[in-house]
Design a protein. Structure first.
Lengths: 470, 236
């Protein structure tokens, strides 16, 4: 018996071919292009709304069939809004795919209760993930319940309160380094954060399933200690509008899925692993276009290095070049440096209050700016090889991501000594800065709170030459 | 035979052909309900099991042969011998003296900002120059714009199915396109060589055939008002 998803894929590949056979990736591109075209032509009078809806329904179901859930809610919304669209030739043979591939609760019918289905989908969208092995969507909460029943672990997953160690990709793939590290974590029940970037880096570098599984599988023995990190961009976008620092870098949904994957591997079942690999492999190239901007990163850091040279006292520069870490920590903890964070947040569209909240609180945004400043400063100081104005320098972007995720962890015991040293100095600077800011705010208690900002707003030595939120 | 040949006219059958075509239409009308039931059975089988050639063959085996009264077979054989065939089309009522026109020829759609017969011909030529069948594109995409991976850039986002006029040899299929006020089913008698079967798209029992650009209204044998027949397929 063939899986329904294979039947629908075959139908879509036939629909989309003009000359010769298409690959699945090409089919996805065509479906995406059609979806976008409908959105672009909402004003076209010769293309009635229900026909456009039929095309969107067709394209959205096509994307679902190839494992993409990002249009599913819109498809059901279109079905609820344009019931006639379901009868169009282009869509009618595909409507049943939604019911066959998505685990709706008993009694919910797309045909008779589309608005109820829509409400259910909107409420549960974040819990739905594509399982390539099964060829259908499954709902994570039910899968989690199954896993809990099998592994008999704690009933609810919560972010770790302490003892969270961040791991970077280079350390993860070095099995000689990793094994003793995992042993220590097991012995002392230390939790491990796999940053979102490490997952991405793995998908970029291990394009064959066996290679990918080899790296992921190393974590099988510490399933209950693993936490998956949230994306830095996502967290920053969450913080900026309201100026409210994030509470945790842990993504509990992804953690749940990742633990399920590892639990499956421990049972000898790699169904979820195959599904996750397939999904990541199918989106990694488009993801790369969004994430990787090495030239931009290098340009920004090089510009900051120039600014540091202009603003630092010659004696401090000399000390830094000698490798004097105390000077590094002092410079990074000065309120003038803090002012750069404040100005940067303002430049990213924050109000004064929001910028102040991000600067004074334990925000991902501030950690990212400090990491940026630290990487630039370090390139000037001990690590002349990290002079980003020169050609052939590495992309500083990954270091920034790891450093700001690690700022929310209790330790960052990675293989790279430079990253470890930067993390240590940033932590020391943060501790000193906290004291300075507290003193500063306490001294201002008699005046309106807004004037506390004066210390920060006045004369930052320089500014970040771009919008970080962009 | 000499008399029959004398009575024949180019592009249209003789009086006897029209009588035979009308006879076939009456049989098709009579059998419409059986056809719809049969087609839905096959349709359900394919929705369950897929669209491969083997599955289609299995679906047809499982559903049995398409309902076809002996009188229809005789009528079809006669017309085929005459190089003709009955084609049905459901659409909005034709204006007096108007021919069937493709969506671009009629001005409903544009191709590269142009419309009319000339634009319709240009689209067909452009498709053929890229070895793409305008008949197939009409069967697939009708009068809607489309973007496809393997389409050349100049055709991306255009109404690539807009040069053709779809017909069906099955009455209930055409009836599905004549369900609303102001829509008619047209029974036409046309030379087989003037149309192309849309092989490889849709279902065989949809029996979709496509003519390009313009079909004379002189081909009409009969027109029927909406909603009087069981229909198979999409309602629009």
């Amino acid at each position: 018996m063939r899986r329904p998803v294979d039947i629908y894929r075959e139908m879509f590949l036939k629909d989309l071919s003009v000359r010769g056979q298409l690959t699945e990736q090409q089919a996805i591109q065509s479906l995406d292009a059609n979806w976008k075209m409908v959105d672009e032509r909402t004003e076209d009078p010769s293309w009635p709304a229900d026909q456009r809806a039929a095309r969107r329904i067709w394209a959205g179901i096509g994307l679902l069939v190839f494992g993409r859930l990002d249009r599913l809610v819109d498809v059901v919304r279109d079905l609820a809004q344009f019931p006639d669209a379901a009868g169009y030739k282009i869509a009618r043979h595909y409507i049943a795919a939604i019911r066959k591939l998505v685990p709706f609760p008993e009694g919910l019918s797309l045909h008779s209760r589309p608005r109820d289905v829509l409400a259910w989908l909107e409420a549960n969208r974040s819990k739905l993930i594509w399982d390539e092995g099964a060829g259908r969507v499954f709902q994570s909460s039910s899968a989690l319940t199954d896993a809990v029943a099998v592994s008999d672990t704690a009933p609810l997953l919560t972010p770790p309160q302490s003892s969270l160690l961040a791991l970077d990709f280079a350390s993860w793939v070095d099995s000689q380094w990793l094994q003793p590290f995992l042993q220590v974590c097991r012995d002392h029940s230390l939790n491990i954060l796999i940053p979102d970037l490490a997952m991405y880096d793995l998908a970029m570098h291990a394009r064959r399933y066996d290679d990918w599984l080899g790296v992921v599988g190393q974590l099988r023995g510490v399933t209950d200690l693993i936490y998956a990190g949230r994306g830095v961009g996502e967290m920053m976008r969450e913080e900026i509008p309201a100026g409210k620092p994030i509470r945790s870098v842990v993504d509990l949904d992804v953690t749940t899925h990742f633990r399920l994957l590892l639990t499956g591997l421990n049972r000898g079942d790699d169904t979820i692993a195959r599904s996750v690999f397939s999904r990541m492999n199918s989106i990694i190239d488009s993801e790369s276009r969004v994430r990787d901007h090495p030239d931009v990163n290098r340009t920004v850091v090089a510009a900051l290095q120039e600014q540091w040279v202009k603003s630092l006292a010659p004696s401090d520069l000399e000390s830094l070049e000698r490798g004097d870490e105390t000077v590094f920590v002092r410079v990074m903890s000065e309120l003038a440096t803090t002012a750069v964070v404040f100005q940067s947040a303002k430049n990213d569209g924050c109000t004064d209050d929001a910028a102040f909240a991000l600067t004074s609180g334990n925000s991902l945004y501030s950690h990212l700016v400090y990491a940026l400043l630290a990487v630039a400063l370090d390139g000037l100081a001990k690590n002349k090889s990290y002079n980003f104005a020169a050609d052939g320098q590495p992309d500083p972007g990954p270091d920034l991501d790891y450093l700001c995720c690690a700022a929310f962890c209790s330790s960052f015991p990675v293989r790279d000594t430079r990253l470890r040293r930067l993390y240590k100095m940033l932590n020391q600077a943060a501790a000193q800065r906290t004291v300075k800011m507290r003193d500063c705010i306490e001294a201002d208690q008699q005046v309106p709170s807004q004037s506390r900002l004066v210390h920060l707003v006045q004369a930052p030595p320089f500014t970040i030459p771009c919008k970080l939120a962009a | 035979m000499t008399v029959l040949a004398f009575l024949s006219r180019i592009g249209r059958g003789c009086f006897i052909d029209e009588v035979v075509a009308y006879l076939q239409f009456c049989v098709d009308w009579h059998q419409a309900g059986q056809f719809v039931a049969w087609a839905n059975t096959v349709d359900d089988y394919l929705l369950q099991n897929g669209q491969s050639e083997e599955t289609r063959a299995a679906a047809l085996r499982a559903a049995g042969s398409m309902p076809s009264f002996w009188l229809k077979r005789v009528a079809v054989a006669w017309l085929r011998w005459r190089g003709l065939r009955v084609f049905y089309r459901g659409q909005r009522r034709l204006a007096p003296y108007a021919d069937f026109l493709s969506s671009i020829a009629s001005g409903e759609r544009v191709y590269h900002s142009d419309t009319g017969i000339r634009a319709s011909v240009r689209l067909a030529e452009d498709l053929l120059s890229h070895e793409i069948s305008p008949w197939q594109m009409t069967a697939k995409w009708d009068g809607e714009p489309v973007r496809l991976f393997s389409l050349p850039p100049e055709l991306q986002g255009e109404v690539i199915g807009g040069a053709g006029i779809p017909f069906s040899t099955n009455l209930p299929v055409a009836a599905a396109y004549a369900q609303r006020q102001g829509e008619f089913i047209y029974v036409t008698l046309q030379r087989i060589e003037d149309l192309n079967a849309a092989d490889g798209w849709g279902y065989e029992w949809e029996s979709e055939w496509v003519a390009l650009h313009q079909v004379s209204r002189m081909s009409i044998v009969k027109s029927i008002r909406i909603g009087v027949l069981p229909s198979y397929g999409p309602p629009h």
